[in-house]
Every structure is written in structure tokens, then in C-alpha cells.
Design a protein around this ligand. Structure first.
Ligand code: RIB
Length: 299
């Protein structure tokens, strides 16, 4: 099955400094790590890699620093179109400090760097290459998100927004431009203005009422995922049971595979199942981008 449209992902590019520890460091505590790695990452870049490994046509737009310039070659080797990845000479590239504990849970400190110094004229440059019906994918790790949401919609793109990490500024964005929200429990609770322990079914109901034009997908880790759309109502997908080694980028893998399936014309149910299978493989491997499976591994 060939792809009929392309995905433009205007998103973050980070270098991840990953530390393995017995537990996530507590306030005031100093803890020795058992190992560390320097890996390519960033929610944006991870999602682009997941989409291309799933078989989509992917263009990544974003900004690196000279210290992280090597990431452009890394994405290009994956087959991603990197013409809209620029390098800033004056700002450090984005990076993340990631702690991973013995159960595979993580905790992340972000430094936006070049990711949050993108000039407004880049929006026009990038979207000049879009056609109506292409997807625009955004996370919340770059600047200009509001402007991009509006501009993407104005040129007739379908817009997927993964508001991660969630921050109150999200409410200032033109969220009526979003066609597909992909949210974990924290992001869903944040967007619904509800406590984190609110039942996902309630969050989904409330979000569907607030954003009736959009599809809403909740990713729930070991509890699978839930999708609401006006067309299909509520769909539930179970999570494949695996032993987690590192959950970093599991959500990015899900997002990338889910969108790639939609661009291939798959049914929602199929897209959820494929995304769930891909994410379950990612959590059995260490790292972010490096943990994302290739499509042939899903069979
Ligand atoms: O979702 C995982 C990603 O979040 C990491 O690669 C890190 O860079 C942060 O952006």
C-alpha cells in the first residue's frame, strides 16, 4: 500500500543524555548512575523516525545548534526529508537529561535551546511545500506553535497536536485548528483541567465535548489507548503485554505509527492496533529514537 500524502513534522530535535539509576533522584539527593549514553531524541525527531519506519513520507522541520548538527545526518539516513532542518550558529542545540530507573520509568529535564528560537519566516518557507490534505504534526517543544497551528489549517493541512510537555500556555493556542489530539494521561488531564487521577473515560468524554471537530486519542501505557471521533465513537485498544526496560519514546512511537497508518488509509481500529504493537516493542529496548521498531518487526 503506497502513501498518498506527506507528513510535515515541525518539531524538536534534542540530544538525550541518559542516566540509568536504581530510582529517580529525590529532592536533595545525590545518586551515582550505573551507566550513561548520549542518544538522538526530542519528541519531534522521535515521532518523525517512528513515522518513516512505519512507512510514511516524512519531512522534518526544526532547528539545531552547531553542537547538535549531526542529528540532521541521522534523520536523513532514516530517509526523512531534512531540507527544512536549519542550524543556528548562535544558540546551543536542544537537549534532555533523562533518568531511567530499574523499572524502566523515566524522568526528563528539557533544555529547549535552538528548538525555541525559530524565526517566524520559517513557517511560510516550510508550509510553501505543503499541499491541502497533508498532515502537519506538532508537539510542545518548539516556539511558534500557535502560529503554526493557524498557518497549517489555513493551507488546508490536517493538524495533529501532541501537547507534550503540557503547559498552561496550551490554552492560549488556537486549539480549534486541531484535527487530532494525541494525549497521555497527564496531557489529557491538563487539557480537560481535571486532576490526574480522573478516569480516562471521563477525560475522553469531556474533551470530545470541548473539541467535537477533532479526533481525540488517549494513550494509557499498560492500559492501552482510547480513541474518540464523531465518525467512529469510542474505540478501545489493549496494550500488548511486555516487560518494560525503558519507556522513553513509547508515546512518540505510538504517535508516529498511528499517523503513518492514517496516511496509508487504514481503519482507525487497525491504526490503533499497529501503534500499540510498535509502542510495546519500543519499551523493551533502551533509548528514545533507537528503541523505535521498523515495520517489518511488527509481524
Ligand atoms: O519523548 C521522549 C523525548 O522527550 C526524549 O527523546 C527527550 O528528548 C524529550 O524530548
Amino acid at each position: 500500500m503506497g502513501c498518498t500524502m506527506k507528513i510535515i513534522n515541525f518539531g524538536s530535535l534534542n540530544v538525550d543524555y541518559v542516566y540509568h539509576l536504581s530510582h529517580i533522584v529525590l529532592p536533595g539527593e545525590t545518586l551515582a548512575s550505573s551507566s550513561m549514553q548520549v542518544n538522538p531524541g526530542g519528541k519531534g525527531a522521535n515521532q518523525s523516525v517512528a513515522m518513516i519506519r512505519a512507512g510514511a513520507t516524512v519531512w522534518h522541520a526544526g532547528q539545531l545548534g552547531t553542537d547538535t548538527e549531526w542529528m540532521r545526518d541521522r534523520l536523513q539516513k532514516e530517509g526523512i526529508d531534512v531540507r527544512h532542518i536549519k542550524v543556528s550558529g548562535s544558540v546551543r542545540g536542544g537537549h534532555a537529561i533523562i533518568q531511567v530507573d530499574e523499572t524502566g520509568q523515566n524522568s526528563i529535564v528539557l533544555y529547549g535551546g535552538a528548538n525555541i528560537t525559530i524565526e517566524p519566516e520559517r513557517i511560510h518557507e516550510v508550509l510553501a511545500d505543503a499541499k491541502a490534505g497533508d498532515w502537519l504534526v506538532l508537539q510542545n517543544e518548539i516556539n511558534l506553535t500557535s502560529e503554526l497551528l493557524k498557518a497549517g489549517k489555513a493551507v488546508g493541512m490536517k493538524v495533529c497536536f501532541n501537547p507534550a510537555p503540557f503547559a498552561p500556555e496550551v490554552f492560549d493556542y488556537p486549539l480549534d485548528c486541531v484535527d487530532l489530539f494525541i494525549l497521555n494521561e497527564h496531557e489529557a488531564a491538563g487539557l480537560a483541567k481535571r486532576p490526574i487521577d480522573t478516569a480516562p473515560e471521563i477525560l475522553l468524554d469531556e474533551l470530545a465535548e470541548t473539541y467535537p471537530e477533532a479526533m481525540i486519542c488517549l494513550t494509557l501505557g499498560a492500559d492501552g489507548s482510547l480513541l474518540w471521533s464523531a465518525e467512529s465513537g469510542v474505540l478501545r485498544q489493549f496494550a500488548y503485554s511486555v516487560t518494560a526496560v525503558d519507556t522513553t519514546a513509547a508515546g512518540d512511537t505510538f504517535t508516529g505509527y498511528f499517523l503513518a497508518e492514517l496516511t496509508r488509509g487504514s481503519e482507525m481500529k487497525t491504526a490503533l492496533d499497529v501503534a500499540s504493537r510498535a509502542a510495546s516493542i519500543a519499551v523493551t529496548r533502551a533509548g528514545a529514537m533507537d528503541s523505535i521498531p521498523f515495520r517489518k518487526e511488527l509481524s
